[in-house]
Design a protein around this ligand. Structure first.
Ligand code: FE2
Ligand code: FE2
Length: 178
């Protein structure tokens, strides 16, 4: 696991602010889409959210933690297999998937301006307009770091998504009972 911040703090924040997104049917469906190497889009998105939170905690950054978690979880919410040709429907995936992710996320979740910006601008510098908020920069940086890690050190972040999901489910059932 990352040495960036205490694991339980980061998982707690992921669960608190991302539980509804983690359990959403579309997000769960992202488990079926491969992303980098052996990692699914779901696992990648959760790892990006975890690294964003861990970085913000470690660097003591003043951020909107809810927006950071939600923007990170939804940054790749494009909802298709980008490896599949699909008749050319998803051409230039690298350039256009952030816009598709934003459109899908808007359709299913009420987004704040910070969340929208983090999703829409996460592909900078491949896309030319940079994020304009600290949360967006964190998502942008964590996305690159996680992608590299998933390709070259695939075991390193593998435990994050199952742990985050287990924590969110446990927290969800305890708040339901309580
Ligand atoms: Fe992306
Ligand atoms: Fe990503």
């Amino acid at each position: 696991m990352t040495p960036l911040a205490p694991r339980s703090c980061a998982l707690d924040l992921l669960s608190r602010y991302g539980r509804d997104i983690l359990s959403h049917a579309s997000m769960q469906g992202m488990k079926g889409f491969a992303h980098h190497a052996q990692t699914s889009v779901f696992a990648h998105s959760v790892a990006v959210a975890y690294v964003c939170v861990a970085l913000a905690l470690r660097l003591r950054l003043s951020v909107d933690m809810r927006a950071l978690v939600r923007g990170a979880l939804l940054h790749d919410y494009f909802l298709y297999d980008w490896h599949a040709f699909d008749g050319g429907a998803h051409r230039l995936h690298g350039l256009f998937h952030a816009g598709r992710a934003l459109k899908n996320a808007r359709a299913e979740h009420a987004l704040s301006p910070i969340e929208e910006n983090a999703i829409h601008r996460h592909m900078f510098p491949l896309t030319p307009i940079p994020p304009r908020c600290r949360e967006g920069w964190l998502v942008c940086l964590a996305d690159k770091a996680c992608a590299l890690c998933e390709v070259f050190f695939p075991a390193y972040l593998r435990a994050v998504a199952p742990m985050a999901e287990a924590r969110a489910q446990a927290d969800g059932s305890s708040s339901f009972q309580g």
